[in-house]
Each structure stands twice: as structure tokens, then as C-alpha cells.
Design a protein around this ligand. Structure first.
Ligand SMILES: Nc1ncnc2c1ncn2[C@@H]1O[C@H](COP(=O)(O)OP(=O)(O)OP(=O)(O)O)[C@@H](O)[C@H]1O
Length: 402
């Protein structure tokens, strides 16, 4: 097997990205564009990108026609991942440090190099996309990645911006806190009684995962979106967030509705029309987004959660729990990447031989695990250098995503 170091020595230098981020996203609320990108109109950018995709599809179709000749040939994992007409969301997650970012970035490069305009989004507050691509992708904006053959954009979500957007709902009437917000909604007198909804926490300290959920609910104009998620705990909270917000916001809006009808009945007697504050509209919109995210998480045609793990007992145990939780939430999971496997060798040193046995035990554990054994296993070798930059990601991606 070729090593990463020898591959990098023979790979050509990166070409500059020819693509701009402008107008590739609709429904933007908090994402702004990088000053590093060239501004141009949507009428020129989008068709260019779409035509790239079509050209590629034509090429792929002609290749596929050839392969159809053999009835025994099955569709590859990668071809299956790009098939279908719906936009694809791939969420890569797992225990901290197992290689989530490397695998997510390598998948994004693989998609882009096969002609699919792709967006890779990091929602891990400790972003490492920039480190992985060895390019500056910071700032909470869409940044074109240099190197791949089709447009690849990256976005490191800025949780602070998402929080601001959320908080702004509570500050619509010039107020600064929950009390003012509730006053604005005509519910001031109920603040104390709403303690059990944890409204204060909800509005002043948005729940973890909100930034990710808001990003997922956006209408990005990309055929494929790859999410590099935060370690397991955060991701599980994200999955339960839409239900929690839907229920909490639903209760608030219902209460408001009751009070509004009672007060407007009284006011209509005295000829006074009540003007509804639009804080409620904002909350309602947020709730609609959460419902959309919840549906998307469960949509087997458009969404897939890929678990990334390494061959150790601890990582495998956590992956099994993650898989069970995803199943419980009805989130589609089909594939498990086992990263950092020792590559085959005819002459192991003592250290490598012990390590290999240890890894074999973990692989056996996966095969015997009731959760993980049902998933398609994809193996990624431990490579001889740190995986940084598009060529290294292409090397890894070509091995994993076959
Ligand atoms: N197959 C591999 N071979 C060699 N090094 C690897 C491999 N996979 C990942 N690495 C290296 O391991 C380190 C951690 O990888 P990465 O950042 O992708 O993990 P992560 O799961 O996203 O981490 P975090 O949970 O901190 O976000 C990086 O230095 C990366 O280059």
C-alpha cells in the first residue's frame, strides 16, 4: 500500500479556487460572506455550478452504462452515496479525537473531486476544519476551499452569531431579558409561573446545538452538505433539541394565544385594536425551523449519520451507545468508519504486533456488537503523516469512500 508521504511527494501543487460563495445560500440569517470571496451575481454563479454538476453527471452516466453490462456488479458505496435526487446531508460524528474532521473533510473533497458542489460545515465549537484543510476557513462565513475540481465551500459555524439571532427575539421591544420579552408577548404576569419551562435559560442561554440546528435548517444551494459534528454528547443533545424547542415554544405560543384572545375580546368592546408584537412571529419561525430539522434528521432519503470510531474498546463502546441513541431518535445510520487501523505488514515490531492484536480485539467487539454489526464497516488506515491539506485528504478519501 502507498504511504501518505510518498503520495504527497508525487502530487501536483494546488490550484486556486475559481468559485465564489455569493448567492449559494438562500434564507441566510446570520451567515455572511467572506471578504476573501469575489462577489458576483447569483445568475452567473449558480448556473455555472449546476452546469459543472450536469457535465459531471453525463460523464458518470457514460461510465455507468459500461458497468451495467455486468449483472453481477454491485453499485459501490460511494456511488450509492451520491445517488438519488434529494439533497444529501452527511453528518459525521463520534468520540473526541477519533478522526471525525479528517473523515468529514476527506468525504467533502471526494464529492467535490467527483463533480458534486459540496459544502462542509463544522459545528464543533472547537473547529478544526481550517487545520484539516491547512487553509484559513475561520470567521463563520462561507469560504471557498482551494484545490478540489468542483466547488467546495467550508463554513465554521460561529455559535455566538447563532446565539445573537436567538437572543434578538427576546430583545425586540428594546428589552434585554426574559421579563421584557414576556411583557412584549403580553405574558409579563406569567413569568413566575412559567418556571417549569426553563424559559429564562431557553432565551438567555440558548441550548447547546442550537447553532447546528439553525445551520441545518437553512436552504443551502449545494447538492451535498457534510457536517463535521462535535463529539458524541453534544451531538446527542442536538438530536433531542428540536423536540425540546418545539414543545417549549409551543407552550409559550399557546399561552399567548389564550391571553391575546381574551384581551382582544375586551379591547374590541372599547374599540381598541391590539397590535401583535412580532417576537411571537420570530419564535414561531424558529419552531418551524426546528420541526424541519427534526424531519430532516429522520429522512432516510436525504440524511445519513456516519459514525467514526477507532479500534479501541473505549471508542467502540461509545460508538455502540451512539448508534443505539441514533436508532432511538430514528436517525438513519448505515456506515461505521474504523479509523487508524494499522496497515498490513509482513514484519511487525513488538510494539506493532501488540497493537495489532489489541485492534483485532476491538474489531471482534464490533462484529459481535448488536448495534454496530448491522452497519457497513469502512476501514481507514493509520497513515504515516498527519492528514493536513487537500492532497492528504484526497489520499484518505480515496481509501475510505470507495
Ligand atoms: N487515519 C489517520 N492516520 C493518521 N492520523 C490521523 C488519522 N485520522 C486522523 N488522524 C490525525 O488525528 C488527529 C485528530 O484527527 P481529527 O481532528 O480528524 O479528529 P476529531 O475526531 O475531529 O477530533 P475532535 O474530536 O478533537 O474534533 C489529527 O492530527 C489527524 O491528522
Amino acid at each position: 500500500m502507498a504511504t501518505l508521504s510518498s503520495y504527497l511527494l508525487s502530487s501536483p501543487p494546488l490550484c486556486k479556487s475559481r468559485f465564489s460563495a455569493t448567492s449559494l445560500v438562500s434564507g441566510i440569517d446570520f451567515i455572511s460572506f467572506s471578504p476573501r470571496t469575489t462577489l458576483s451575481s447569483s445568475s452567473t454563479v449558480l448556473p455555472a455550478i449546476l452546469s459543472l454538476s450536469v457535465k459531471h453527471n453525463r460523464r458518470r452516466n457514460s461510465l455507468q452504462v459500461k458497468s451495467v453490462a455486468s449483472p453481477t456488479e454491485t453499485i459501490s458505496e460511494f456511488d450509492e452515496m451520491v445517488s438519488g435526487t434529494k439533497r444529501k446531508y452527511y453528518m459525521l460524528g463520534g468520540k473526541g479525537g477519533v478522526g471525525k474532521t479528517s473523515c468529514a473533510a476527506s468525504l467533502a473533497v471526494r464529492f467535490a473531486n467527483n463533480g458534486h458542489p459540496t459544502l462542509v460545515v463544522s459545528t464543533d465549537p472547537a473547529h478544526s476544519l481550517s487545520d484539516s484543510f491547512a487553509q484559513d476557513l475561520t470567521g463563520g462565513m462561507l469560504v471557498p476551499v482551494e484545490g478540489p475540481e468542483a466547488p467546495l465551500f467550508a463554513l465554521e459555524i460561529n455559535p455566538e452569531k447563532a446565539r445573537e439571532e436567538f437572543r434578538s427575539a427576546s430583545q425586540m421591544n428594546g428589552g434585554t431579558g426574559v421579563k421584557d420579552f414576556m411583557d412584549g408577548m403580553g405574558l409579563g404576569m406569567l413569568v413566575e409561573q412559567l418556571g417549569e419551562l426553563k424559559l429564562g435559560e431557553l432565551l438567555d442561554t440558548p441550548p447547546p446545538g442550537l447553532d447546528e440546528a439553525i445551520a441545518i435548517s437553512k436552504e443551502f444551494c449545494y447538492s451535498i452538505i457534510v457536517f463535521d459534528t462535535a463529539p458524541t454528547g453534544h451531538t446527542l443533545r442536538l438530536l433531542s433539541l428540536p423536540d425540546f424547542l418545539d414543545a417549549s415554544i409551543g407552550k409559550i405560543l399557546k399561552l399567548r394565544q389564550k391571553i391575546t384572545s381574551a384581551t382582544s375580546a375586551i379591547k374590541s368592546v372599547f374599540g381598541k385594536e391590539e397590535k401583535g408584537p412580532d417576537a411571537a412571529d420570530k419564535l414561531e419561525k424558529l419552531r418551524e425551523r426546528m420541526v424541519k430539522v427534526r424531519e430532516l434528521f429522520r429522512d432516510t432519503e436525504s440524511t445519513e449519520f456516519v459514525i467514526v470510531t477507532i479500534p479501541t474498546v473505549m471508542a467502540v463502546s461509545e460508538s455502540s451507545r451512539l448508534s443505539a441513541s441514533l436508532k432511538k431518535e430514528s436517525v438513519p445510520v448505515k456506515r461505521l468508519i474504523v479509523n487508524q487501523l494499522l496497515p498490513p505488514s509482513s514484519s511487525d515490531c513488538k510494539f506493532c504486533s501488540i497493537k495489532r492484536k489489541d485492534q483485532m480485539r476491538a474489531l471482534d467487539m464490533i462484529r459481535e456488537d448488536s448495534e454496530l454489526s448491522a452497519l457497513t464497516l469502512m476501514e481507514a488506515p493509520l497513515v504515516d503523516m498527519e492528514i493536513r491539506g487537500v492532497p492528504a485528504l484526497r489520499f484518505l478519501g480515496d481509501i475510505i469512500w470507495k
